[in-house]
Structure formats: structure tokens, C-alpha cells
Design a binder for this molecule. Structure first.
Ligand SMILES: Cc1cc2nc3c(=O)[nH]c(=O)nc-3n(C[C@H](O)[C@H](O)[C@H](O)COP(=O)(O)O)c2cc1C
Length: 415
């Protein structure tokens, strides 16, 4: 192995697909769509990432139902004209131009779809496993804001559960038809499927709730139904949270859910954390202040990944959140905490991060000391400091950080 270390080594997934190195551009919503339709700017952004030396590139979350979006500028897979299908073909081929795998992240935002995002009627409620609203704190003011922005979701009927399963299958078919190598099912960050996993947001007593395994059942059914139509060589993976979102359930319950998903033969499992209520995917394990240990190890969710590894020695694991240096990445790979390194904000800042920062395929050697980047501290809007609602404050700070890096993605179009 050369001085680049493990991060530069290829990886073969159970589907047979090969990553030329371990670096994966993580899913980041680009907000470059209108009414769910991709723009030519979106095509351009992926052309740029496609030139960056990544082992694999994940799209930002693509909505499976245009009625419910994470933001009004999200992409959705419905109502595709031939021009639109052509754009997605171009996105896939832009990603694959230098050999990166093209993975589409597919998502339903559930109760985290704000008013005005999606084509649902003004009075139509969001859908969720149970009628549990997002909780940003107990104050009346905060509860009123949540009510106006997200409302109290409606508990999904069994028919609605089946509809959502079918929508995920349609999204996977669309990804395959447009030249993607696989899909990754978003079951993290407080969106619909992660809310099914958590007993805080899933209080159902039917087949889709009540035990950790039953709470994972909708994802199991989605994986099975997708597999039936896409065949064995198409990658089907899942992004889920570490035990952070489910403190009530305990990490044993979350690990049992991992067992259930692994039994379905996922190509790999991506581990992240956080939700709108507590955006740890952005801030790390111990928000708001990170412990020295977390800072040193970079990876926010490494402990949980190691616990998963203990139960599933051969599972391909992707870990996302906090990676900034080649040394940190190699250390996580060597510890067996993961096989693939998910990179978010640095990829929005430096699209060719694998080449220009990590030193993959670089003309000259890049030393360990040079191979990394620190992200600038994002200035929070002034009023946040004065907000007397700590939970809402944390959520808005996470939102400001996401907006800042979202803009960096959109700035990629200009270069
Ligand atoms: C602008 C932006 C958009 C994001 N959109 C998504 C998304 O669509 N799907 C997802 O799973 N995670 C999303 N994330 C979270 C990232 O995938 C990742 O988990 C997070 O940024 C932590 O990784 P990092 O420390 O390398 O940035 C987003 C993050 C940012 C900054």
C-alpha cells in the first residue's frame, strides 16, 4: 500500500460493484429543482463532482412523492417528461464519467416536510407512522411555530404504508432506468422511515410498530420489493441513524434493527445521526460542544459503527459525518469501524476533494500533514444567540449551516 493508505484501496460490494477508492460524496440536497424537476444546473453540479476522483457519488435526497418534499427546490421522481428523464441520464453519466459509482438517495420526508414544500393542498396534513409532531421544546411560542410550519402529522393507514412502499420501488426503477448503479434508502435524520424506527415517533401497535423489529418492517418490505424488480447487481443500501435518535429505545433495540436490515442483504449500511429536532449529523455526537475525543477521532458516530461491526464482521459499512483528514479516515478504516467514508460539507466546498485534498491520483505526493481541510466556522444569524428556546435555537443553527453549504453546492455551477 502506498502512503495514501486504506482510503485509496478499491472495494468490491456484495452486488459486485467496485469502488476505486473508499471516498463517497455523501448525499446533500442541492435545491436545484423546480416542482420536483431537475434543472440543467443540477446536471452541471454532478459533472463537476464526477471529475473529482470519488469512489462513489450519492445524489441529494430525491423525493418519492412530490406531494411531500423536504424543501420546494427538492427533486422528485414523479411526472417525468422525456426531457426530464434525459436530464437524469446526464446526471448519472456525469457522475460515472471517470468511474465513480452513481447512487441515488431516495426519501420521503414524513413529518419534516414544511408547509409549501410539495404539491399537497394547504390543509392536507403531513404523514407519519403516528400523529406525533416534531418537538422543538415545550414553550407555547415554539409549539405554535411548529404547528404552522409542519403541523401535526396524520397517522398513516396500512394502505398509505403500501403506497409509500410502492413509491420507493418506483424511485428505484427510475434510478435503474436512468443509468444509476444503485439506490440508497434514506432511513435517517428524522424523515419518514427513521420515524418508523423510533419508538418516540412510532407508537403503532399493528404490524409496523410495537417492537424494534416491527418498527423496521416497512424498510424490510421496501428492500424486498425493490430487489424483486432491480435484480442482484443493482446496489440497494440504507442510511440510518446511530442510536442517538432513539435514546428511549436504547442501542440494543437499534442494533436489533440493524440485524433485521442486514438479513435482507443490503449492499452496505450507512451510519449517520441526528434529525431536525437535534441536528447531530451536522454537529456531531455531543452537540453543541464536541468532546476532545470526538474531535480527535473526527468521525461523529464511530462508536456505534464499531458496535455494528462486532455483530456483523462482513457487512460493508459507510460512516458519514466529521471526516476532514486522510489520517482520520485511515484510522477509522483500520479500526474496522467502516469500509467507506462519507464526505459531506468538504465535498460542497472542494468538489474534487479526493484528488486535491486527499491526494488520490495527485501528480505529486501529499503528506499526511497536508492531506486534510478544516471547515470555516459558520456565522450564525445574530438573533439566534438571543432566542430563549435552546432546542429551537439548535435546530435553526443546524439549518443555517445546511443553508450555507447548500449555497456552496449551487456556487459550483458558476465555476
Ligand atoms: C447542504 C446539506 C444538505 C444535506 N442533505 C442531505 C440529504 O439530502 N440526505 C442526507 O442523507 N443527508 C444530507 N445531509 C447530511 C450529510 O449527508 C452528512 O450526513 C452531514 O453533512 C455530515 O457529514 P460532513 O461532516 O462530512 O458534512 C446534508 C448536509 C448538508 C450540509
Amino acid at each position: 500500500m502506498n502512503q495514501l493508505g486504506e482510503v485509496a484501496t478499491p472495494l468490491t460490494l456484495p452486488s459486485g460493484l467496485v469502488l476505486s477508492n473508499r471516498l463517497v460524496k455523501a448525499a446533500m440536497a442541492e435545491q436545484l429543482a423546480k416542482n420536483g424537476q431537475a434543472s440543467s444546473d443540477l446536471v452541471r453540479v454532478y459533472e463537476r463532482w464526477g471529475q473529482g476522483g470519488w469512489g462513489a457519488i450519492m445524489t441529494g435526497n430525491v423525493m418519492v412523492d412530490e406531494k411531500y418534499m423536504g424543501s420546494p427546490q427538492d427533486t422528485a421522481i414523479q411526472n417525468k417528461s422525456s426531457a426530464e428523464i434525459e436530464k437524469w441520464h446526464k446526471i448519472a453519466s456525469g457522475i460515472k464519467a471517470q468511474g465513480a459509482l452513481a447512487l441515488m438517495q431516495i426519501n420521503h420526508p414524513g413529518r419534516q416536510s414544511p408547509a409549501g414544500a410539495g404539491s399537497r393542498g394547504f390543509l392536507e396534513k403531513n404523514v407519519a407512522p403516528s400523529a406525533v409532531p416534531i418537538n422543538f421544546g415545550e414553550s407555547i411560542v415554539v409549539k405554535t411555530i411548529v404547528k404552522l410550519l409542519f403541523g401535526t402529522p396524520a397517522e398513516m393507514s396500512i394502505i398509505q404504508v403500501q403506497t409509500v412502499i410502492n413509491q420507493f420501488v418506483d424511485a428505484a426503477k427510475f434510478a435503474q432506468q436512468t443509468g444509476f448503479d444503485g439506490v440508497t434508502i434514506h432511513a435517517a435524520h428524522g424523515y419518514l422511515l427513521s420515524d418508523f424506527l423510533s419508538p418516540k415517533s412510532n407508537t403503532r401497535t399493528d404490524d409496523y410498530g410495537g417492537t424494534p423489529e416491527k418498527r423496521a418492517r416497512i424498510i424490510v418490505e421496501i428492500i424486498r420489493a425493490i430487489r424483486e424488480v432491480v435484480g442482484a447487481t443493482f446496489s440497494v443500501s440504507v442510511k440510518m441513524n446511530s442510536s442517538d435518535q432513539q435514546h428511549d429505545a436504547g442501542s440494543d433495540a437499534v442494533l436489533r434493527q440493524v440485524d433485521v436490515l442486514v438479513a435482507e442483504g443490503v449492499d452496505f449500511l450507512e451510519i449517520s445521526g441526528g434529525s431536525y429536532e437535534n441536528p447531530r449529523m451536522i454537529g456531531g455526537d455531543e452537540a453543541p460542544a464536541k468532546s476532545e475525543r470526538t474531535q480527535k477521532r473526527e468521525a461523529f458516530f464511530l462508536d456505534f459503527a464499531l458496535a455494528v461491526r462486532e455483530r456483523h464482521p462482513t457487512l460493508q459499512l459507510m460512516l458519514t459525518g466529521g471526516f476532514r483528514t486522510r489520517a482520520g479516515m485511515n484510522s477509522a478504516l483500520i479500526s474496522k469501524g467502516c469500509d467507506m467514508i462519507g464526505v459531506g460539507r468538504p465535498a460542497a466546498t472542494v468538489p474534487d476533494f479526493p484528488c486535491s485534498v486527499v491526494g488520490i491520483e495527485a501528480q505529486k505526493e501529499v503528506s499526511d500533514a497536508e492531506a486534510g481541510m478544516q471547515l470555516e466556522k459558520i456565522k450564525e444569524p445574530w438573533f439566534l444567540k438571543h432566542l430563549p428556546f435552546p432546542q429551537l435555537q439548535r435546530a435553526l443553527a443546524g439549518g443555517a449551516e445546511t443553508m450555507y453549504y447548500g449555497q456552496k453546492i449551487r456556487d459550483m455551477v458558476k465555476a
